[in-house]
Design a protein around this ligand. Structure first.
Ligand SMILES: Nc1ncnc2c1ncn2[C@@H]1O[C@H](COP(=O)(O)OP(=O)(O)OP(=O)(O)O)[C@@H](O)[C@H]1O
Ligand SMILES: [Mg+2]
Length: 250
């Protein structure tokens, strides 16, 4: 029996551009489950990032509900929302979003300092994560002094330092070369294999094959969904996904 971790109910989001309201998310109903690696696909402008931001509480819906387990995010005030978001969500951005004048280690520690102040334990956890991401020897460098792949691994360490229930990643490999992409995806896969729930937006078929479930967005609504058979191998997954995507606009 799958346990829900995030649910969206009749979710709508409009953006105001000048005098016109542009509908971006149009009545989405979606439940994400604990332990899943869910991928969101869809063409540019279909609303993938907006949906991810709404689900993580970084954007406020125009109407509808978002539940993090039993917590109604849509009706919390900003302060409660920030607390809940920290507990639930670790966010990985396409362009890393590291603080340029802080070292790698300091960047990883930012969210942790906001929550707890046992500095020694936090340093130990940051060191352990950075070692796992293979960036520990870069801990005193600034983001501008390392590669994109290394920056993204730092941003992943930052995203998981507080042990969030869900990692959300918006095209985390979009700015990386193929070997760095593989390293980042391997880390996400490994985290998922140890029970971490992951939601990732991607355009890439190979990256999407890391998921067990694919949601396809079109014009701000869910057009289709694919659940991979857990028995099939990576090659078979890719073939199945390509067939499923044929005729879709992505
Ligand atoms: N802050 C904003 N103000 C106005 N319109 C916005 C805003 N953010 C997004 N939009 C519009 O909403 C639509 C969906 O944008 P979104 O970024 O969610 O798409 P996406 O699927 O992530 O696209 P991409 O694949 O290019 O990243 C687009 O038409 C975009 O122009
Ligand atoms: Mg986007």
């Amino acid at each position: 029996m799958q346990e829900p971790i995030i649910s969206a109910k009749d979710l709508w989001k409009n953006y105001q551009t000048g005098k016109t309201e542009v509908p971006v998310i149009n009545g989405i109903n979606l439940t994400l489950y604990k332990g899943d690696f869910t991928v969101i696909m869809g063409s540019s402008g279909s609303g993938k990032s907006t949906l991810l931001y709404l689900l993580s509480g970084l954007e406020v819906p125009s109407s509808g509900e978002i539940w993090l387990e039993d917590k109604p995010v849509h009706s919390l005030d900003e302060k409660m929302m920030t607390l809940i978001r920290r507990e639930y969500i670790g966010f990985v951005f396409q362009d890393f979003n590291l603080v340029p004048n802080l070292t790698f280690l300091e960047n990883v520690l930012i969210p942790a300092y906001l929550v707890k102040n046992d500095r020694e334990a936090l340093q130990a956890r940051a060191t352990e994560l950075m070692s796992k991401m293979d960036i520990l020897d870069l801990k005193d460098r600034l983001p501008s002094e390392v590669s994109g792949g290394q920056q993204q691994r730092c941003s992943m360490a930052r995203a998981i330092i507080n042990n969030p229930r869900v990692i959300m990643a918006d095209e985390p490999t979009g700015n990386l070369n193929s070997s760095s992409s593989e390293a980042v995806l391997d880390i996400l896969t490994e985290l998922n294999e140890t029970g971490q729930s992951i939601v990732m937006v991607t355009h890439e078929v190979k990256s999407a094959c890391r998921a067990n479930r694919i949601i396809f967005l079109k014009d701000g609504h869910i057009e289709d969904e694919l659940n991979f058979d857990p028995q099939i191998n990576a090659e078979e997954k890719e073939i199945q996904l390509l067939k499923w995507l044929a005729g879709k606009d992505w």
